[in-house]
Design a protein around this ligand. Structure first.
Ligand code: PGA
Length: 248
């Protein structure tokens, strides 16, 4: 069975004392869930969390450089992430696509450098409200996935986690309905079947993100093709995040 994952994306939130407190509470709580629990704090905190974390939490970075190492001031490399025990890295979050102008080509590079350094990419895709309204959202998602992932071999794509995050649902309180989420997740899996194989597609976890919270997580996660969530705002509150994790 493919892996279930609940990942909390802290984005650029929480100063040191609040970040430490949330991490300590999560780390010391006995989590009962069939999902793997991942947190993606600001990169500044990764090293310390890596040294303190127990078995039940995995770490993700929110971003990494598309280059291996070298003279790239301000950047963090995939090999550095791996060297401190970071398991995952977000790639192509819509906020980075929008504010940092990250292109499909750049994201492809990041996926490559992460896989080369044994860090699992959590590849984010999703359509804007305009594309949702115009009905072009299938094409948008297909292009994002084809342009940044479909150069990978069968064994490489199995190392990738995909997160569907409709932009209109991120931080807005608007959640895709359970049916809307399942429709896109099934569509993504069908693309994977067509390009690779049914067996490969069945091994790839596809997470939903966008105003996922304790009150809607169960309904979203019940879907056949929804293998977990990428949680923003609700991951900053211990009780909400735990409730989402325990929806599995
Ligand atoms: P949200 O963010 O849960 O606050 O909508 C999700 C995300 O951006 O990953």
């Amino acid at each position: 069975m493919r892996k279930r994952i609940v990942a909390g994306n802290w984005k650029m939130n929480l100063n040191n004392s609040d970040a430490q407190a949330l991490f300590e509470s999560l780390n010391s709580n006995k989590i009962v869930s069939s999902a793997e629990v991942v947190i993606a704090p600001p990169s500044l905190y990764l090293s310390e969390f890596a040294s303190k974390k127990g078995q039940q939490i995995c770490l993700a970075a929110q971003n990494c450089s598309d280059n291996d190492n070298g003279a790239y001031t301000g950047e963090v490399s995939a090999s550095m992430l791996y060297s401190i025990g970071v398991k995952y890295c977000l790639v192509g979050h819509s906020e980075r696509r929008q504010y940092q102008n990250e292109s499909d080509v750049l994201l492809k590079q990041k996926v490559n450098v992460l896989l080369k350094n044994k860090v699992v990419p959590i590849f984010c895709c999703g359509e804007s409200l305009d594309k949702r309204k115009s009905g072009d959202f299938f094409q948008v998602i297909q292009a994002q996935i084809e342009n940044s992932l479909f150069h990978l071999t069968d064994s490489e794509i199995k190392e990738v986690v995909i997160a569907y995050e409709p932009i209109w649902a991120i931080g807005t309180g608007l959640t895709a309905s359970s049916d809307q989420a399942q429709e896109i997740h099934a569509f993504i899996r069908a693309l994977l079947v067509e390009k690779y194989s049914l067996q490969t597609a069945e091994e790839i976890s596809i997470l939903y993100g966008g105003s996922c919270k304790a009150s809607n997580a169960k309904e979203l996660f019940m879907n056949r093709d929804v293998d977990g969530g990428l949680i923003g705002g609700a991951a900053l509150d211990l009780d909400s995040f735990l409730a989402i994790i325990e929806s599995f």
